[in-house]
Design a protein around this ligand. Structure first.
Ligand code: SF4
Length: 345
């Protein structure tokens, strides 16, 4: 399904009202007894050539949203408007598997766990070459040449072609995962907690590799992470999620300096201070867990944990609305609260 795109639109991908609900089934006949609102009406813009980070605690819906964009999960409703290279746009949410095929190579995933995501019985040539063989029908010689080049691009020696994943460290395996994601020259890479399973010393190398590849190939990243320190280094823009909804968006530097939602303030308070000599920020310890997505609190879903909650927060759902140029927040009191960022006093 082709949808209208404006000529000035620099978005590579834009969601409108994207929703993914999972039914809760019980009993012998699988009767539906509830609904998990994993993604609940998300409007998100991913500009071309930029890195947008999706952040939030575990269970906030960010990985499910990423998988909806990849159409691993079919959305329950809403649109995923993807802008093609010819300037037209298509709604990926409306396509069947056959219609999605041309876009499968353009949007790729880098997995979190480099140990579990690589088949231990396949060589690097098979792992990285598989998408080339399946999609481009390259000959054995052409596949080997392309895989050798891909390994070089991610900082691995082409002589490793016939080795198995267990011969490599976690960082090297993640390089293999990145090579596999890049094999079909994608435009958008969804990196889901791509460095969280790695040692701190290796993380910086992989993040720098991702940045270098972005500069070389004009890649766009959707960078899903719970680590706001890593996000500050990687992302141009950030979308904060809570219980399946986006509660704040903005440019990284501006949001880190001055959050506009109490949940963002709490997440930022846990970012380690880079200067140990500086006076430490006070960490905001949130009460309880992320709200249950099958039983979302009335009003603002964050109100049971929010230190700034008022009566209206318990009854009225705050809409995500523009608060400042390039900034949105889903808080009734956005712009009125004195929230602390990472550079705050
Ligand atoms: Fe807190 Fe109310 Fe704002 Fe929700 S709407 S974040 S409960 S102040």
């Amino acid at each position: 399904m082709t949808v209208a795109a404006t000529r000035t639109d620099t978005a590579l991908l834009r969601t409108r009202g994207l929703t993914k609900h999972f039914p809760i089934r019980r009993g012998l006949f699988g009767r539906t007894v509830g609904t998990v609102r994993a993604v609940d009406g998300v409007d998100l813009t991913v500009p071309a050539g930029r890195t947008v980070a999706l952040v939030g605690e575990s269970g906030c819906g960010k990985s499910t949203l990423g998988r909806c964009l990849l159409r691993v999960h079919p959305p329950t409703s809403g649109e995923i408007v993807y802008h093609r290279t010819d300037g037209t746009a298509v709604d990926l949410a409306a396509l069947d598997e056959k219609g999605l095929k041309p876009y499968r190579s353009e949007i790729r995933l880098v997995f979190q766990d480099p140990f579990a995501s690589l088949n231990p019985r396949m060589t690097l040539l098979q792992i990285v070459g598989e998408p080339l063989r399946v999609n481009l029908r390259l000959s054995a010689k052409e596949t080997e040449e392309r895989v050798a080049e891909l390994l070089r691009r991610v900082g691995l020696r082409p002589e490793y072609l016939r080795r198995y994943p267990n011969a490599f460290s976690g960082g090297q395996r993640q390089r293999v995962g990145i090579a596999r994601a890049l094999a079909l020259a994608p435009r958008l890479v969804v990196a889901d907690e791509a460095v969280s399973a790695l040692d701190v010393s290796v993380r910086a190398q992989i993040l720098n590799l991702l940045k270098d590849l972005q500069d070389e190939s004009d890649l766009t990243y959707l960078f899903i992470s719970h680590d706001l320190g890593v996000v500050e280094y990687m992302a141009d823009e950030v979308a904060v999620m809570y219980v399946g909804r986006v509660v704040e968006t903005g440019a990284t530097e501006e949001m880190y300096g001055q959050p506009l939602h109490p949940y963002t303030e709490a997440l930022l308070s846990a970012v380690p201070d880079p200067d140990p000599a500086a006076r430490r920020r006070e960490r905001i310890v949130l009460r309880g867990e992320v709200a249950d997505a099958s039983n979302v609190p009335a009003g603002c879903p964050f109100h049971p944990r929010c230190a700034y909650a008022q009566d209206v927060c318990r009854t009225d759902v705050p809409a995500l609305r523009p608060v400042a140029p390039g900034r949105t927040s889903a808080c009734h009191f956005a712009g009125q609260l004195d929230l602390k960022g990472v550079d705050g006093p």
